[in-house]
Design a protein around this ligand. Structure first.
Ligand code: ARG
Length: 235
């Protein structure tokens, strides 16, 4: 594949932050699988290498630190394309649309941030959900304590054990959680943030970026994208 340089021979090394089902999570056998994994596998195949996945905190992924230091070739982490992140990463074409969801325990449904007055709301630290809620608190002078958790599992655990009255995060991820754990949470409201996920490479790595974009666009044309979508997201 024309001029693509990889950090390790025979592998396309992907940074992600687990767990983030249905985009990336471990299956019963401990293998990392998901929507993003399947799409990046197409890129690896095109490059005649195999994908190798590194689980690492989201902060290092979105800041560009992991790509810059050569920890990985590509970042695939259900990551939203933002102007701020574009300064430090080169994003692929968008491959998935997302919004933010407000979630509570069943029976404790609250539909607005205003109703959570004086309560704690959980987010995954450093994510767009975190940014969105903090901006809302500021803009509307809400009396709300925003608690940031280190990963999605910790956030979901906090909601399940009543450490927070509500949790905010990417809708497709919360839909998947509720499908897998019926009764553990309900989506009570959506915030239409109009987000789009992108894969990222180190700034300036145009060759690899092209391989990623070519794989995405080929998958959309040949039906593979739809198959992967049906497998991981559903109807
Ligand atoms: N889409 C959100 C963002 O970009 C959350 C991504 C979190 N990803 C993860 N693998 N934990 O901020």
């Amino acid at each position: 594949e024309g001029g693509v340089k990889l950090i390790k021979s025979g592998a396309l090394v992907t940074c992600t932050h687990l767990p983030y089902a249905p985009f990336q999570s471990k299956d019963a056998a401990g293998k990392v699988v998901g929507f993003d994994v399947a799409l990046i596998d197409l890129v690896a195949k095109k490059l005649s290498v195999t994908q190798e996945i590194v689980d690492t905190p989201f902060e290092g992924i979105k800041s560009g630190a992991d790509l810059n230091s050569g920890k990985c070739d590509v970042a695939a982490a259900g990551m939203t394309i933002t102007d701020e992140r574009k300064q430090v990463l080169d994003f692929s074409d968008p491959y998935f649309d997302a919004t933010q969801a407000l979630n509570t325990l069943p029976g404790k449904e609250v539909k607005t941030l205003e109703e959570l007055k004086g309560k704690r709301i959980g987010v995954q630290g450093g994510t767009t959900g975190d940014d969105y809620i903090k901006a809302q608190v500021k803009e509307k002078s809400l009396d709300l304590e925003v608690v940031a958790y280190k990963d999605l599992a910790a956030l979901q655990q906090a909601l399940a054990t009543n450490q927070v009255a509500a949790a905010v995060g990417d809708l497709p991820v919360w839909n998947d959680y509720i499908k897998a754990n019926p009764g553990k949470a309900v989506v009570t409201a959506g915030f239409d943030t109009g987000e789009q996920y992108g894969f990222a490479v180190k700034k300036g790595n145009a060759e690899l970026l092209k391989a990623v974009n070519d794989a995405i666009s080929a998958s959309r044309t040949d039906g593979t994208y739809d198959k992967i979508y049906a497998e991981w997201i559903g109807e």
